[in-house]
Design a protein around this ligand. Structure first.
Ligand code: ADP
Ligand code: DP6
Ligand code: CO
Length: 361
């Protein structure tokens, strides 16, 4: 191992953006492997929007695996962290850092411990997919540290075992999570559909309605849905498979009307399934509903959709404008309906390109 006694430390830092599903994953067929009841499609955001930064380090002086999230120590005893750590450790390879004089052999990893420090630059557990960016970044940075040879698709199947949505954050652009058929989950992984350059007219605007932690986590919410909702099986078997095909085609053809129609309908059906759960789950609030009405009315008055909206498991709106001009008008409309003030309905806006806010005045 290291030639400097027990003093060395090796570190890797990575940054991973979050992703927002336009065809939603909601419901598992296997809780411990995290296998979904339907495939899903998402768009990975630009890191200037929302992202996680994670630093992982290893040193012979570390006595146990430890993790800090947003500066506070959290327990790694949960099954999801343990699954990711186990899967990565079992694939670890030799590592050599000539400058520091450090050599770690494959077999050494079994006895070495890691420290993990992770920060989200956006609200955690508020329905903006922190678990997606978080676990994707954790798996990616550990894979770099331990010199794994696996490709992004194989790493996505490991990230999936941390949080389902995380498998899609290993790629940029539009990404599909294929639900897979195998009971061991080996084929349940992310597949890149098109990269971020394919449809670069699109502009994403996020309205942070509330940055508070949600009452029902995605994990427990979807568990309750699978057990109690009569609608969810119909959605998974009859509705989503058709939408996946249509959405792939709409993305490939840059067909915004179909894209917007499918995204909005799928978000609304996901929230309908939440309402069909017993006890019902309310992720959206009055402000979310007002944003939906605003976009729907605008789209109808224009004759063709200008903006698509989608809401994850929380009240925050993710809006996708067909181009930059539309995004500027969207911001103007939002600023007019939800003026920034001390007791505002909206906490903040997140836009990749900040100059848009200036243009919107
Ligand atoms: P969200 O809508 O934000 O994804 P979830 O309920 O799905 O909310 O997941 C929130 C959980 O994800 C957190 O309680 C935490 O366990 C995990 N998580 C969030 N951020 C990170 C991170 N950066 N690294 C590791 N795990 C994270
Ligand atoms: C509404 O991936 O957070 O955002 O797999 O239990 O960690 P776990 O759940 P998670 O669920 C995401 C649900 C969603 C839709 C989606 O991202 O597809
Ligand atoms: Co999540």
């Amino acid at each position: 191992m290291g030639e400097q006694g027990e003093k060395w430390i090796l570190m890797v830092t990575a940054q991973t953006p979050t992703n927002i599903a336009v065809i939603k994953y909601w419901g598992k067929r296997d809780e411990s492997l995290i296998l979904p009841i339907n495939s899903s499609i998402s768009v990975t955001l630009d890191p200037s929007h929302l992202c996680t930064t994670t630093t992982v380090s290893v040193s012979p002086s570390f006595q146990q695996d430890r993790m800090w999230l947003n500066g506070k120590e959290i327990s790694l005893s949960g099954g999801r962290f343990q699954s990711c750590l186990r899967e990565i450790r079992s694939r670890a390879c030799d590592v050599e850092d000539e400058k520091k004089g450090i050599k770690i052999a494959k077999k050494d990893w079994e006895n070495l411990h890691v420290h993990i420090a992770s920060y989200n630059n956006f609200p955690t557990a508020a329905g903006l997919a922190s678990s997606a960016a978080g676990f994707a970044c954790l798996v990616f940075s550990l894979a770099k540290l331990m010199n794994l040879k696996e490709d992004h698709g194989q790493l996505s199947a490991i990230a999936r075992q941390g949080s389902g949505s995380a498998c899609r954050s290993l790629f940029g652009g539009f990404v599909k999570w294929d639900m897979g058929k195998e009971s061991d989950g080996s084929d349940s992984k992310a597949i890149p559909l098109v990269d971020e350059k394919h449809w670069d007219e699109l502009v994403i605007v996020i309205a942070v309605v509330s940055s508070r932690q949600k009452e029902t986590s995605s994990t427990s919410g979807m568990r309750d849905t699978v057990v109690t909702s009569p609608l969810v099986q119909y959605r998974a078997k009859e509705v989503v498979p058709k939408r996946i095909i249509q959405m792939e085609e709409a993305i490939s053809n840059r067909d915004f009307s179909t894209f917007a129609h499918l995204s909005c309908s799928d978000s609304n059906q996901f929230h309908a399934v939440c309402l069909d759960t017993s006890p019902p789950i309310f992720y959206m609030n009055d402000t979310s509903h007002r944003i939906i009405s605003l976009v729907e009315k605008w789209n109808r008055s224009e004759g063709t959709p200008q903006v698509a909206y989608t809401f994850d498991a929380g009240p925050n709106a993710v809006m996708i404008a067909r181009n930059r001009t539309v995004a500027t008008t969207l911001l103007q409309k939002l600023l007019y309906c939800f003026p920034p003030q001390a007791d505002a309905d909206l906490d903040s806006y997140v836009i990749g390109d900040k100059s848009l806010l200036k243009e919107a005045g």
